[in-house]
Design a protein around this ligand. Structure first.
Ligand SMILES: Nc1ncnc2c1ncn2[C@@H]1O[C@H](COP(=O)(O)OP(=O)(O)OP(=O)(O)O)[C@@H](O)[C@H]1O
Ligand SMILES: [Mg+2]
Length: 225
């Protein structure tokens, strides 16, 4: 059964397509057979990005396909180990259905309360739909440089017992150029950008592994399986 990794949000423009592409490329670099499933049929951000990637013959190749219905994904997903799903800029019924069958749900948000508040509402709707909280994490993206704002956002989410990845993907013009040319952050030639992107990729993959790894982990204090 392939793993399904979903990016969703209530608000548009928070970084779903950016992080979905990063995740797909990071998984491909890790040697996984991955499909990036573009459920945003209006924008087709991932489809257009793949055309740029193919035009430049960038490696690793990442399969991308557009879908309007979950059923269609079910017909092709068994050719893959991982399905990374990018959804529309609203947490609609389709996104909620996709979330209930996902192994991992990532919710991109900035530090601002304007972004965090709708994210909390999405998490509530996921909980009501029976999605286990352990599968859900917030990912800070398009962030500014304020440590204070980061701490405030983390503390609100901590109080609500919501998982948040340690890494953040700051707002940087350099990322825009990379994604416009079929690349992702880790494929930057500039070392600072690359390091930020790699830290995020690592955090995304670690959360995915932690949520989906069927092998029980040893407890640090000597506990048994
Ligand atoms: N870390 C970043 N630094 C600079 N620009 C970014 C960053 N992340 C995303 N962007 C830009 O912000 C815009 C929105 O990002 P993206 O398309 O990933 O969001 P989205 O949630 O998929 O949006 P939509 O809801 O419209 O599908 C895009 O123009 C993207 O290039
Ligand atoms: Mg998008």
């Amino acid at each position: 059964m392939p793993r399904r990794i979903l990016f969703t949000s209530q608000k548009g423009g928070v970084g779903k397509s950016t992080l979905a592409r990063s995740t797909a490329v990071a998984l491909a670099y890790a040697g996984r057979r991955v499909l990036l499933a573009d459920f945003d049929v209006d924008q087709r951000t991932c489809m257009r990005w793949q055309a740029q990637r193919l035009a430049r013959a960038l490696e690793p190749k990442v399969d991308v396909a557009a879908f309007s219905k979950e059923k269609k994904l079910g017909r092709v997903e068994f050719d893959y180990q991982d399905i990374v799903i990018d959804t529309r800029g609203q947490h609609d019924e389709l996104s909620l259905d996709l979330a209930t069958s996902a192994d991992v749900v990532f919710l991109p948000s900035s530090f601002s309360f304007d972004d965090v508040a709708p994210t909390l509402r999405v998490i509530e709707s996921l909980r009501n739909a029976g999605v286990p909280s352990a599968r859900v994490a917030i990912v800070f993206c398009r962030t500014g440089g304020s440590k204070k704002q980061e701490q405030q956002a983390r503390s609100v989410l901590g109080m609500n017992r919501i998982a948040v990845l340690d890494a953040v993907l700051p707002q940087k013009d350099g990322f825009i150029s990379l994604y416009s040319t079929g690349r992702t952050g880790r494929e930057a030639s500039q070392s600072k950008l690359r390091a930020m992107a790699l830290a995020m990729d690592e955090a995304l993959l670690a959360f995915i592994e932690g949520t989906t790894d069927p092998v029980p982990k040893l407890v640090a204090n000597g506990g048994s399986f």
